[in-house]
Design a protein around this ligand. Sequence first.
Ligand SMILES: [Fe+2]
Length: 305
Amino acid sequence: MPLHRLASIAIGVPHPDAVRPFYVELGLVETRPGVFETAGGGEQLRIERAARRSLLALTIAVDDADDLARAAAALARLGVVAESSERALECREPATGVRVRLAVEPRLVQKPAPLLATNAPGRTRRVDARSPAALPTEPARPRRLAHAVIGSPDAAASRRFFVEGIGFRVSDEAPAIGATFMRCSTDHHNLLVQAAPVSFLHHTAWEMDDVDAVGRAAAAMLAADPSRHVWGLGRHGIGSNYFWYLRDPAGNFAEYSSDVDVIVDDAAWRAAASSGAHPLAAWGPPVPKEFLAPDDIVALARGGA
Ligand SMILES: [Fe+2]
């Protein structure tokens, strides 16, 4: 696959100064005003001023100039105009207005997460010792940007752009919510586009080492402000990842995620429709209405904040 990772995103919000501290608390490091770094993925988030909350831009890393040329030709076939240089290609997704940049960048090599010694019936891996997960520790930090989920007023056109134009692969579909799970790496999904009355950012997701890291980080966020809670802890049916969703001060959801499915062979992968996977969660608290339709969606559709 010529695309190899979701490198970074830019989010627009009406009041960046009110939102930036949230992402520092989430565990990102603000390297300069409005630019945030993960523990292992470099600068992966930019927060900019915009009339309403939205996803402004995505950068996707590719291996070389040939990958850029292939995407430029595919986009031209769809009638999308792109600006190309030797190292990058830039265009705009027509249905949502999101700026999409393909950039030649090295592949990310992640330092393996420490393997926790666990006990289970018939399998004892930890004796005479407390689990480190039960001891006080530094708050867990996101290792990298995992995925973004956007609403599109023309989800079919957005899907066509990302799959036929940019080169994303489709991992799964959830027709009940008009959603397509797409990847630009071996992660089950790096981008999900779902049908919506207006273009908006549903959530960003941040990869954590394991479920304990998800739980510890979310608990620390809620200890500081319980009203941030949206949905969690649970495990998704599509993608299999553990999740816990929080709300930033602008209304965007941010997900701590771990243990997502990895796909390296399309032929070996069984789509959710044929494997019985639940479209939302294998387990977890009941899904809140807000998750399916954010409280501000009507205002966003009317053009308000
Ligand atoms: Fe997610």
